[in-house]
Design a protein around this ligand. Sequence first.
Ligand code: SAH
Ligand code: SF4
Length: 378
Amino acid sequence: MSQTRTNLLDFDVDRLAAYCGELGEKPFRARQLPRWIHQRGAADFDTMTDLAKSLREKLRDRAEIRSPAIIGDKASADGTRKWLLDVGNGDAVETVFIPEENRGTLCVSSQAGCAVNCRFCSTGKQGFSRNLAVGEIIGQLWMAERLLREQRGTPDERVISNVVMMGMGEPLLNFDNVVTAMRLMLDDNAYGLSRRRVTLSTSGVVPMIDRLAQELPVAMAISLHAPEDKLRDDLVPINRKYPLAELLAACKRYLEFAPRDFITFEYCMLDGVNDSAAQARQLVRLVEGLPCKFNLIPFNPFPESGLLRSPDERVRRFGKVLADAGIVTTIRKTRGDDIDAACGQLAGEVQDRTRLSERSGRAALGGIPVVSMAGSRG
Ligand code: SAH
Ligand code: SF4
């Protein structure tokens, strides 16, 4: 029965070898296994012809390669593709693929719901449900790569070149599973992505930023959203625990280990809340001395937030203040509007229709902004 099988997507490369050892096989006989799973996207042990037959038979009896069930799959005219995945108990998470001229980026979820509860985020409004398992995180990449190759008719050509941990959830609050999944993303026997091409986005869990620096320093994006503590306390409640001075100090420490020589700051533009020229100048003073880039994100509004998107002109003016101060600033452009990929609306629609979630207070909209960077303002 599938419930009693071991899901091999839960294992990093070392653990896979150890597991084969536990099955009584010499670990070196399992060397090809991660390549079959993660590079070729295999799900059927019988196709793994260069694995020892005895190992194949044992795996067929006891193990499986299973990513979360797909309950929604939409493709946008601009090439954006968005999946809604059932992770059990009425929880669904989203994964989004965003093609660009010379790269393909997958936006991956780390938790069902999120406990941080930022004011402008519909994932936060759903509350926290649970951490995703390693197999549910890496399973998003495994599944997406497989289906995209199928869609393109190029079974051996890699489609996804970049991963951003910017879907649902706060990745640093699911540290161990996220790090194991990212280790697979980087492993040459699995996806082989460079540390520069895997970006983790966080609301600012300071102690975990330091831990990540030690364990697996990938590219770092910080969701800043405010130039001073009082406003950030309100917008990003975790700021009450780890205020801006501590967060910026952690960013400086992280840079010593980071694969890039700058931190990316994300800043969601909220009409009349954090988008004035004075606030932009305050931001310039705040980050002085810290090598960084800014991504200004147009807010994807949802009714419960009581917030509105800043007018384009104000976003441009805000960006110009940063750019004039020498900070490379981009304004993100929403993608996949025709499939509601812009703010995770798909999750909400399905929940409404099928009562996937019985929890009260669940927002009607899900929460991942699907965006891409466009046009440097610098
Ligand atoms: N929890 C992590 C990663 C997931 S959120 C974090 O907060 O960084 C990914 C990005 O989407 C964050 O920068 C977040 O602030 C932004 N975001 C959330 N809700 C949004 C919305 N409604 N409109 C625009 N951006 C939003
Ligand atoms: Fe959680 Fe990020 Fe949404 Fe804040 S913005 S509630 S940290 S997912």
